[in-house]
Design a protein around this ligand. Sequence first.
Ligand code: ZN
Length: 455
Amino acid sequence: MEILKPRLEELVGASHVAIGAAAKEIAQSAWTRLGEPAAVVRPASTEEVAALMRLAHAEDLSMTPWGGRTGLVDGAKADGGIALSLERMRDIESIDKVASTMTVQAGCTVQAACEAAEEAGLFLPLDLGSRGSATIGGVISTNAGGNRVLRYGMVRDMVLGLEAVLADGTVVNALNHLIKNNTGYDIKQLFIGSEGTLGVVTRAVLRLRPKPASQNAAFLGVDRFEALAPLLRILEADLGGELSAFEVMWPQFYELVTTEPARGRPVLPPGQAFYVLVEALGADPAGDGERFEAALMRTIEAGLVADAAVAKTGAERARMWALRDDVGQTARNGPTVVFDISLPISEMEAYLAEVRAALAARWPAAELVVFGHLGDGNLHLIAGVGDRGARHAVEEIVYGLLRRRGGSVSAEHGIGLSKRAYLAYSRSPAEIALMRRLKTALDPRNVLNPGKVLA
Ligand code: ZN
């Protein structure tokens, strides 16, 4: 790598190349596992990314794109290769208020993009815990989800077009601005959710929405699992598509986020079987609050909700969301294994009972904390069995039981390195073979984020 240092410096400038110990230090400063990259480079433009890719392609150097480095599946691990950080490419290039679109560089954080949209009187509906550090390029390459998927879809639904640099340095301009465009293959989809294995996303055109004029939230106590699905359906129907979140917390999660050392305190008294945070984003500040409370009243009258607290102020709403977002508390009692699975709501209760039984049979003190975006069929399972070395055995149980029910081993975080062995649990051999053909066609020398998603 020392030999290539002058060439890398020539391409991006000496102050934007770190080699050897300096590169390792940058990797170690992150809280996620980034491995030991031989170099970290920070290009400032698409042209510089393309030049770096041409060099990597000619010299057979592996190149791993870095966004906000908050991923959870080792997708940015860059052992022995070059880490391609897009942090200098953070401009919001333009906002088109008439068309409701935003053109933004890949290194821009989600939060900065959301704030810019809001300043323009518009709304980028992406909301996730890592909003301050996650980047647009990162959330596109992982097809991130978050807290409002129920209403606005995943990142895939917010991207109209993008620009990507291929493994050989070819720049693909697919910066489509149109909502409807059926002219041949939808090229952008190759790069959304493919975790930087098929190209480096450098710019994107995002679809913006009208800024909601009202925001209503409530915390509900529910005494049985069977009530959750009808509760969701009533709220969806009664709120006419304005329901934006249906977040369910199992009691173990609720206890962790409402007791010391957590800063949150109970919104509803403990003792419920489930706690649900519901939110609606509407357009009529005068009438939405009443409609929201009327919908809740109907769920109470239907016997689906045992207890309810409606947020009366923005501060109360923030307090409810703070409980849901305080996911870090789930790691306070020792090592855990984190899951982001999805499966049909109708299968969830039986599935979780099987997982609990299987974990308890092997580790009698096992703890399973569950919460998630139930409206999307997406659960987060946090398993603690008191043994850091048990990770693989825990995964075998959780994914093995999921496979039998046709669930997905990743609803949000992606495959990266850490779930590669389980890809076949959720995708057919023909699908995986097609993924390999795409990878080989676009990156024949395997220089782009090698080893991620596909072994
Ligand atoms: Zn999530």
